[in-house]
Design a protein around this ligand. Structure first.
Ligand code: GLN
Length: 452
């Protein structure tokens, strides 16, 4: 059924950059079936999923939605995808994203934008963005082109597209899932996670993805619980914080109303709702947009046309670097490399990068203090519903503002879940975000289950 849906709908949605041959998919499903029948079940036997095209998959082209990796076939499998295969998951293909995961609309993909399967009731002819950067994954899951998909989240790339497409997205605690074999954007922020149709599915898939990996020095060796068992558990007596600073002045009334609705549901379920303050929230976006490009400029230095990826020949070595990078990187990636190189350069390092790192520490402390008092925080996932393709394109700052509610949890490294909670007046899905303590995905999922 999923293969049929891909044939029918992918031409319009462009959710997959690469699909696997149907006979390979069916053979993998048969193998999972046989293993299950032999009494040796995995957590995800036969479940057909999409893989964001940022995870290296052995023998399957992995592009990061960039021209510079358009023909790159990794000789190895990322740890997260290897874990999923070990648990019996069946891969359908590699999903679309913003180039190198830099973006919030899936508009910067070298393979063309992915489209949101949802449409405005009043004007179905306007194509909407599925969010980004994991927009191919969110579109695929929402439209039934996959039962679930992997995403990666550096500043919101799992949560915001999940909200825009009406699905569930979980950014786990930094260190929960190995980054080995995930093409790097900003290494101190990048985290893999599940994008699914239900909160319980997110728990199950996270269990399959997570775990210690000696090949990622920031990977955690904490035990991996059966996360899905937390879903459906009573949330009575849990303390839910509402951060005052997220009640931003221009927040649309519909989003405010959905947030109030979520608060009311949790009160009904027996939670205690209290006001909290995260005073450094307003510096989150600016410090994120210094730290992430800085790390990106360093990580993307490896694409030099010599070892792998696109090479454009030129008379000198410097010429090869220059021509290959000019041909391979799109405009947003170049923007980020320039910003990052600038903030790391000798005269500016202290004023920008070091300052941003200090602000990051203050933001992390804000969360630590709040979590002395409450078990989770509840906020909107994004300040709007999905917008039209092409909107916000000429104004990068407007585009970056989309990430205002998601970047603080990324800077702090804490887990955060987006749950679909309803539709706005135009008939488009809205999501609420549940943020939890480091490594306490279970409480986050319990609250998520109560909101679902
Ligand atoms: N929109 C943010 C950015 O462009 C987040 C992207 C992400 O989480 N990968 O950096």
């Amino acid at each position: 059924a999923h293969l049929d849906a891909i044939t029918r709908l992918n031409p319009a949605l462009n959710a997959y950059i690469t699909t696997l041959p149907a006979q390979d998919v069916l053979a993998a499903a048969d193998a999972a079936d046989a293993r299950y029948a032999a009494g040796n079940p995995g957590l995800m036997d036969g479940l057909p999923i999409g893989i964001k095209d940022l995870f290296c998959t052995k023998g399957v082209r992995t592009t990061a939605a960039s021209k510079i990796l358009a023909d790159f076939v990794p000789p190895y499998e990322s740890t997260v995808t290897a874990n999923l295969l070990r648990e019996g998951a069946v891969f359908l293909g590699k999903t679309n994203l913003d180039e190198f995961a830099m973006g919030s609309a899936n508009m910067s993909s070298a393979f063309g934008p992915a489209t949101n399967p949802w449409q405005k009731a009043s004007d179905p002819s306007v194509a909407l963005v599925p969010g980004g950067s994991s927009g191919g994954s969110s579109a695929a899951v929402a439209a039934g082109l996959a039962l679930a998909a992997t995403g990666t989240d550096t500043g919101g790339s799992i949560r915001q597209p999940a909200a825009y497409c009406g699905i569930v997205g979980l950014k786990p605690t930094y260190g929960r899932c190995s980054r080995w074999g995930v093409i790097a954007y900003a290494s101190s922020l990048d985290q893999a996670g599940p994008m699914t149709r239900s909160v319980a599915d997110a728990g199950l898939m996270l269990q399959a993805m997570a775990g210690f990996d000696e090949r990622d020095s920031t990977s955690s060796n904490r035990p991996v619980p059966a996360f899905h068992e937390a879903v459906g558990k009573s949330v009575k007596g849990l303390r839910v914080g509402i951060p005052a600073e997220y009640r931003a002045p221009g927040l649309p009334a519909e989003i405010q109303a959905m947030w109030d609705q979520g608060i009311a549901w949790l009160k009904d379920a027996g939670c205690e709702v209290v006001d909290v303050s995260l005073p450094h929230t307003r510096y989150g976006l600016t410090s994120y947009y210094i730290i992430a490009p800085a790390e990106c400029s360093s990580n993307l230095a490896r694409y030099d046309g010599i070892r792998f990826g696109t090479r454009v020949d030129a008379p000198s070595l410097d010429g090869v670097y220059e021509a290959s990078r000019a041909a391979g990187f799109g405009p947003e990636v170049r923007n980020r490399i320039l910003m990052g190189t600038y903030v790391l350069s000798a005269g500016y390092y202290d004023a920008y990068y070091l300052k941003a790192q200090k602000v990051r520490t203050l933001i992390r402390r804000d969360f630590e203090q709040a979590f002395e008092n409450v078990d989770v925080l509840l906020t909107p996932t994004a300040p709007s519903a999905a917008f039209a393709q092409g909107e916000n394109m000429n104004d990068p700052v407007q585009m970056y503002l989309n990430d205002i509610f998601t970047v603080p949890a990324s800077l702090a490294g804490v887990p955060a879940l987006s749950v679909p909670v309803g539709l706005d007046g135009a008939g488009l899905p809205l999501g609420l975000q549940v943020i939890g303590r480091h490594f306490d995905e279970e409480t986050v999922l319990s609250i998520g289950g109560a909101l679902e």
